[in-house]
Design a protein around this ligand. Structure first.
Ligand SMILES: CC(C)(COP(=O)(O)OP(=O)(O)OC[C@H]1O[C@@H](n2cnc3c(N)ncnc32)[C@H](O)[C@@H]1OP(=O)(O)O)[C@@H](O)C(=O)NCCC(=O)NCCS
Length: 189
């Protein structure tokens, strides 16, 4: 698949009611409807801004763990990896030419001797601009990431979520994600 290709061209969409709605979104030519596509290097400045918003939310909840909001370009190298790296990509949602959401996803081949050999997709970060939340854009981005991983042979999809993030947790549960592990931490300083 060519990076930047329109999602309607992927040709592997499962026609669940939700994905039918996504198809309708992607082919709607109205200026105000989100358009979904893979990210290009030229999207990096906007992804940096959106990523900063996601990290600022995490910083508000765990200021001793997450960095405070900084110059957006600070994280450029981080977001670049999910555009350039083999077996990783970023999907973006845009409205009238402005990026309003993104999700990063990659492929992992499990090879640890204690674990079953398994290819899975790993969602890195998802974020939707505050004023566009609650309109199904997060779901659409998740569906694109899942379809992308599935098309590359992934049989499972995983992500990490911090315990304070009730809203994202609700969304993931609605999408069928189950809690498989709890990641614990304790301040000992
Ligand atoms: C998590 C996040 C990406 C979800 O994005 P979103 O676009 O708001 O997600 P959706 O709109 O698809 O779904 C969110 C909610 O809107 C509801 N919704 C979905 N489509 C809707 C529509 N057309 N109209 C109204 N509500 C809708 C969903 O049912 C869901 O409701 P809930 O919050 O009661 O569970 C977004 O809240 C965000 O960017 N949060 C900050 C960053 C973050 O926490 N990222 C995840 C880190 S793990």
């Amino acid at each position: 698949m060519i990076k930047g290709q329109h999602p309607a061209q992927y040709g592997y969409r499962l026609l669940t009611p939700y994905r039918l709605r996504l198809t309708a979104l992607t082919i709607n030519s109205s200026q105000n409807m989100p358009r979904y596509r893979e990210a290009l290097i030229s999207d990096l400045p906007s992804i940096c801004v959106l990523g900063n918003e996601v990290n600022a939310f995490h910083h508000d909840n765990l200021p001793d763990i997450f960095a405070a909001e900084g110059e957006p370009e600070r994280d450029r190298a981080h977001w670049l990896q999910s555009i350039e790296r083999e077996n990783a990509t970023t999907f973006v949602a845009e409205v009238s030419g402005t990026l309003i959401g993104f999700v990063t996803v990659g492929i992992v081949d499990e090879s640890h001797s204690l674990l079953q050999p398994l290819r899975y997709g790993r969602i890195g970060t998802i974020g939707v601009s505050f004023e566009f939340r609650g309109q199904g854009i997060g779901r659409s981005l998740m569906a694109l990431a899942e379809d992308w991983a599935h098309a590359r042979g992934a049989v499972d999809i995983r992500l990490n979520i911090w315990a304070f993030n009730d809203r994202a947790m609700r969304l993931y549960k609605e999408l069928g994600y189950e809690i498989r592990s709890n990641f614990l931490g304790k301040r000992i300083a």
